[in-house]
Design a protein around this ligand. Structure first.
Ligand SMILES: *Cc1c(COP(=O)(O)O)cnc(C)c1O
Length: 389
């Protein structure tokens, strides 16, 4: 254990069971630890560093902004925040953006939008928000309640009321809409923390239809799946749906904290002055970074993301040691047949590849522009880790 690790144990709240590695520097998809050992990064900081570490265009964008001004509060207009909102609206056809600082806060905003919309349009008793089992929506008390995994709930009762977690089943969902006064339903098209589970087209489009039928908002959490991760700008674009509200964060800022709640036509006028706010939300440096990211999420890049994702999936799914491979674009889950995901990820780290777990899957979220030679090198290391005695 080096001195950073010792001080971490002494001074940092022990909420994170960190890997025994201190990262000292990184460039693109390669990181170095304190012993100058090289790692290929297939995590991008849990889908955050969209174009890798110390990406030149991102550095240029945030440095320029830092040298101009770093913060003003939301009492004044600023260019980066407005420009990033314009890009998001033009990419999605949504109508308005509220910027926050994290995924959880983006989902808090989404709940407020849904509750206020329901109060204005259906009645103040239509406050229920429906979410799915095995979902993950954040760590605040409200977003924990949204998260459909009981083990996250146990320590922090009582959570925010008026949230219903339901089975991933259209009949069960319809029954919830029928028997409760609901504002809307929130889903992840691919459940990230829940095990890189791609919801079926039938389920997603069925939920969309049911939401329409019961006059509920259809809302999508794009915190992990968003901003090019799944080979489309947002994961819902892989399906025939049009969300009323979208939350996003992680990869949007390329490494600085940012979150956004996008509002569609039905809810665009829900908020009035003072109805919601954030001191740091829409920070000009984070937004300048975000602009440099969103401007580069083009159709050509998406073709590359899909081709690299396909290479990884095709290479691993044929292995005897692999039970199942799931995912879209560069959001990939691998279920080992004979080992735990944690065992494989630990071996990968030892052999110079950083990867994640999600439930019983190895989860890969590499930078969107990861070079093909690093993909090939990393896949060989994962294959060996799956096989190794
Ligand atoms: C990570 C994540 C969140 C929470 O984001 P934070 O920035 O950690 O608050 C919410 N929803 C999904 C789908 C996520 O993957």
């Amino acid at each position: 254990m080096n001195s950073t690790m010792k001080n971490d144990k002494t001074y940092i709240a022990s909420t994170y069971n960190r890997f025994p590695v201190e990262i000292i520097s990184g460039k693109g998809c390669v990181c170095l630890d304190d012993a100058s050992k090289r790692y290929i990064d297939l995590t991008s900081g849990i889908g955050v560093t969209s174009f890798g570490m110390c990406d030149n265009l991102w550095i240029e964008a945030i440095t320029k902004q830092i040298n101009t001004f770093q913060h003003t509060s939301n009492l004044y207009y600023t260019y980066p925040c407005t420009k990033l909102a314009e890009l998001l609206i033009k990419k999605t056809g949504m109508k308005k953006v509220f910027f926050s600082n994290s995924g959880a806060e983006a989902n808090e905003c989404l709940v407020k939008v849904a509750r206020k919309w329901a109060m204005d349009n259906k009645g103040s008793d239509y406050y229920n928000i429906v979410t799915l089992k095995d979902s993950f929506h954040g760590r605040t008390l409200t977003t924990l309640a949204l998260t459909g995994q009981d083990h996250y709930h146990e320590l922090y009762q009582p959570l925010t009321p008026g949230i219903i977690n339901v089975e991933q089943d259209l009949t069960a969902i319809e029954n919830v809409f029928k028997n409760n006064k609901c504002a809307g339903i929130l889903i992840e098209c691919i459940q990230g923390e829940g095990g890189v589970k791609v919801l079926s087209k039938e389920l997603i489009e069925g939920i969309y239809k049911l939401a329409k039928e019961y006059d509920c908002l259809f809302m999508v959490d794009e915190v992990q799946t968003g901003n090019g991760r799944t080979g489309k700008f947002y994961s819902y674009m892989n399906f025939d749906v049009e969300p009323d509200v979208v939350s996003t964060a992680k990869g949007l800022g390329g490494g600085l904290p940012i979150g956004a709640c996008l509002m569609g036509e039905r809810v665009e006028n829900v908020f009035n002055f003072g109805d919601h706010g954030s001191t740091f939300g829409g920070n000009p440096v984070s937004c300048a970074g975000g602009i440099s990211i969103v401007e580069r999420i083009t159709d050509e890049l998406m073709d590359e993301v899909n081709a690299k994702g396909k290479y990884i999936i095709d290479s691993l799914k044929v292995m005897d040691e692999v039970e199942d491979v799931s995912g879209l674009g560069l959001m990939i889950g691998i279920k080992p047949k004979y080992k735990t995901a944690k065992e494989v990820v630990d071996t990968c780290l030892k052999n110079g590849v950083m990867a994640l777990t999600a439930k019983n899957k190895i989860r890969l979220l590499p930078a969107l522009n990861i070079p093909m030679d690093l993909v090939i090198e990393a896949v060989e290391i994962i294959k060996n880790a799956l096989k190794e005695e």
